[in-house]
Design a protein around this ligand. Structure first.
Ligand code: FEO
Length: 171
């Protein structure tokens, strides 16, 4: 059985992951409006990943015979003025998520929950990978600057990203 304190913290994290999903979906919509389909698809796949993260925690709480408690997901606050600003927003969002995952790991030590500690290691690794990937895209966009050709090439590259799930993707 999971402790009340840990259960509450994990339920809050489900909400954080779904909020992150909403932000990526909003960023996908931004790129659709800019007619950068590759960036839009990249963000759409990331939206699905975040949904999967939230659902993974949802399943874990049930695995530990706990109680899932869902709360309202706040509307995303994102009106990027450029592709670079959009990916910088994604990066800062991931950095904030990393901090929250680290706090959960700290809580595991506090309440001596070794099972949840092991469960969260997947998220620790995932955050390192996600920050690294997005940081690289931010660097690329900074190098590209105002070059339309450079942006076109990057957009084409990001279009290659494949969804991990079978959820429907835009054509
Ligand atoms: Fe759920 Fe992007 O971390």
């Amino acid at each position: 059985m999971i402790s009340e304190k840990m259960q509450e913290a994990l339920n809050l994290q489900i909400n954080e992951e779904f909020r992150s999903a909403f932000t990526y979906l909003a960023l996908s919509a931004y790129f659709e409006s800019e007619e950068l389909r590759g960036c839009a698809i990249w963000m759409r796949v990331q939206y699905e990943e975040e949904l999967m993260h939230g659902t993974k925690i949802y399943d874990y709480i049930h695995d530990r015979d706990g109680q899932v408690s869902l709360s309202m997901v706040a509307a995303p606050e994102c009106e990027p003025r450029s592709p670079l600003a959009a990916f910088e927003l994604a990066l800062s969002g991931e950095q904030a998520l990393t901090a929250k995952i680290y706090s959960l790991v700290d809580l595991c030590h506090e309440v001596r929950d070794h099972g949840t500690h092991t469960f969260l290691q997947w998220f620790v690794t995932e955050q390192v990978e996600e920050e690294d990937i997005i940081r690289d895209i931010v660097k690329d966009l900074k190098r590209i600057g105002d070059s339309n050709d450079g942006l076109f090439m990057l957009d084409r590259e990001l279009k290659q990203r494949q969804p991990q799930s079978n959820a429907a993707m835009p054509e």
